[in-house]
Design a protein around this ligand. Structure first.
Ligand code: G6P
Length: 364
């Protein structure tokens, strides 16, 4: 893409709409139908090494950290390797135990975030194997890591990340599929995930066609005192990122919680002026999620659901198309980017350059 606005009023809007092509690009040339896997040329990790990985630890900041939360779930689900994500800044300051059988992955749009780069350098100094999931080719983190996966989102100008977030989550799905097929993921499951990945661009386009309705909802919720974002397991990182996005671009206070934790404290905040955005994929936790919606309704809370079907307990539901359950987080984040965008627009914010924020934080 070029740097011009291409008929959009903001880069954020342009970049949200570029996701259809961007996701197509991260998949292009990488799918290997014959073996129901993917080819990742820059990974620099052979099959024997991949089989020796006992844990995966993903490090990043901001939205990149949130894609790491999705990535860790994908790696656990598809490759059955214990995996988790942590803010790179916390990791580097807590004198972590560096384990030779752990595969470390640094994730970054710019590849220049100082905290993430410093974590990589500390890990390398201690002899760890570190891969990068990075957007900007040839950036510092891309150079310092032992190998990795490029995200191919194209240039992202708006300070808040949208297309790079989605593409990074897809890149993690590719990595998880690759590791899974070297380990115990069946051919049938490999084919199922590949088919799901191929459906993503058109399904993103479908979500974007619902923009007018989301714009209307954003106007309705824009005056909230605070917003609560909840989800269970696959829905939770989506809630985290949506909450961050709303805060960054609209300055509306928002919190994200695992839906199951609501009753352990934040339920006290629920009132009509504090609406809840609930991310409810149609997975085996749907019934539990519906019970949480009832608890919120009983406290007069308003609910905006993002789900695969209309939710009776919600005041509004944004219905997203079904994909494979493991890939739900990728698609469910997209309407919430639009919600943040239109909330910010309704409130007259400086969308591409929110106050106090920088696109990449290259100092400590
Ligand atoms: C800054 C930006 C965030 C971004 C984070 C990490 O804080 O405002 O939007 O997610 O840096 O940036 P990176 O380039 O490492 O992904």
């Amino acid at each position: 893409e070029s740097y011009d606005m291409g008929g959009h009023d903001t880069y954020m809007h342009k970049e949200i709409h570029e996701q259809v092509d961007a996701v197509d690009r991260v998949l292009r040339g990488r799918i290997d139908d014959r073996f129901a896997t993917v080819r990742l040329g820059g990974l620099n990790l052979d099959a024997r090494e991949a089989r020796g990985v006992r844990r995966v630890k993903i490090l990043g900041c901001g939205s990149a950290y949130h894609t790491g939360l999705i990535g860790a779930q994908l790696i656990e689900e598809l490759a059955r390797i214990p995996a988790d994500a942590e803010p790179a800044s916390e990791f580097r300051y807590r004198n972590p135990v560096v384990d030779p059988d752990t595969l470390y992955i640094a994730v970054s749009q710019s590849g220049e975030t100082y905290d993430t780069l410093a974590a990589v350098q500390e890990l390398k100094r201690k002899g760890a194997r570190v891969l990068g999931v990075v957007n900007v080719v040839g950036s510092a983190i891309a150079r310092e890591t032992d190998g990795g996966v490029y995200v191919h989102a194209g240039p992202e100008v708006c300070v808040v990340s949208t297309k790079c977030f989605t593409n990074t989550a897809v890149a993690f799905a590719l990595l998880a599929l690759h590791l899974g097929r070297i380990r115990d993921l069946s051919v049938a499951d490999g084919k199922r995930i590949i088919a799901g990945l191929r459906r993503l661009p058109e399904q993103i386009a479908e979500v974007l066609r619902g923009e007018e309705e989301i714009k209307r909802l954003a106007a309705e919720y824009a005056n909230a005192k605070s917003m609560m974002f909840i989800g269970r397991v696959r829905g939770y990182p989506v809630a985290r990122e949506a909450s961050l996005k709303l805060k960054e671009v609209s300055y509306v206070h928002a919190e994200a919680y695992p839906a199951s934790e609501l009753k352990h404290g934040p339920l006290a905040l629920i009132e009509p002026e504090v609406p809840t955005v609930a991310v409810l994929p149609d997975d085996d936790l749907l019934e539990k999620n519906r019970a949480t919606l009832e608890e919120i309704k009983a406290r007069s809370g308003r609910i905006l659901a993002v789900a695969h079907q209309e939710q009776e307990k919600a005041d509004h539901t944004i219905v997203v198309p079904r994909n494979e359950p493991e890939l739900d987080p990728i698609l469910m984040g997209v309407p919430l980017q639009l919600l943040a965008y239109h909330t910010a627009l309704a409130l007259g914010r400086d969308i591409d350059k929110p106050r106090n924020l920088a696109k990449s934080v290259t100092v400590e």
